[in-house]
Design a protein around this ligand. Sequence first.
Ligand SMILES: [Zn+2]
Length: 391
Amino acid sequence: MLRSLKFNLKFANKRKIQLLQELELEYKKAVNYYLKLLSNNRYFLSQEEIKSFNSPLSYAFKQCAERQAVKIWKSWRKCKKRGKLPEFDGTLILDQRFITIERSKTLTFDYWMRVSTLNKGKRTLIPFRSYNYANKYFTEWKLVNGGRIKRDGNNWFLLLTFEKETPKKKKEGKIIGVDIGIKKLITTSEKEFLGKDIERLMNKIQKKQQGSKAFKRALKERDYYINKIAKQLPYNDTKVIVMENIKNIKKNTKKEKKLRKEFRSKFQRWTYAKLLSRIKQLCELNGVHFHTINPAYTSQTCSKCGSVHRLNRCGEMFSCRNCGYTEDADFVASENILKAYLAQEPMVPGRVKAQMSNHFSKGYNQCREEMLRRIEESGDTHPVMDGRSIR
Ligand SMILES: [Zn+2]
């Protein structure tokens, strides 16, 4: 498994920054030149074509730029919704021929980046500092050679990749469904509620002026909180974690002004994506299988009898109109997520089957399928309640 970490290059002096700027400018020009050549339906360029770019860049740099252009070109070709081929203005991906990292012998800095620039035959040394979170990567993970150079306005960053053998997936342990919500960040099918502060943090962001320092601070606070909560899932005694894939996420529960709503939902999608990728990483690290299921009526389906009705859910509460089962709505959703996974999984004798029958009555799937068919037939595919469309 791989992880990428970012380091600030703010200790580079003006001359060194200028060298980076010159390199960036030429390198980007080269990538765009090669992209243009590739756009005549090509998949690689000849040595002559690579050399044909007129620039102070060394041939090695040109090769590196060509490789990056090919990557961009291929992924653009694969993308279904592609527009015009974009102008390259991104991160420089440089291999070990151009970037090496050394540990600093003094205490002022932690590491040095030795980087090639347009100054042929002469490497530039740029110091940088590590930080708490990164330290364990330097000691416990293997640093992958090379690095990426990224500029954000006037700030320069170095992105390093670390590698570690992926732990084997566990064969024993619990299978849990995980629901992500607005009032509680995480609800599990084990009836654990985590991250009750998320709403307060989201409201805080909303009160700040977008782009202001206070706004950015509030975003940081939320990100820190998301990471903290993601760690609290019981990875130790769990073998599978199931979540909904992120295409359709829960909308607001309250009637709010349209602008406010759009603002919120934009941030919620972001929160969801962030949390999902964090949990996925933690699963990988802890040998837990990570699965996503398609969200379909997970918040309207009764997890006891399988009845689907848009009026089953009312805000934070779930109350089944068929069997009367009443529970926390997020908890019911998490049970449905777990069920959707168990229903997909081929039945292995023993454990899984046992867990399924413990949790759910036999008629659940039949009933749910029947209800879904009726909903589809009536054309009421996206029932709306309280102005909220349902996942
Ligand atoms: Zn029911």
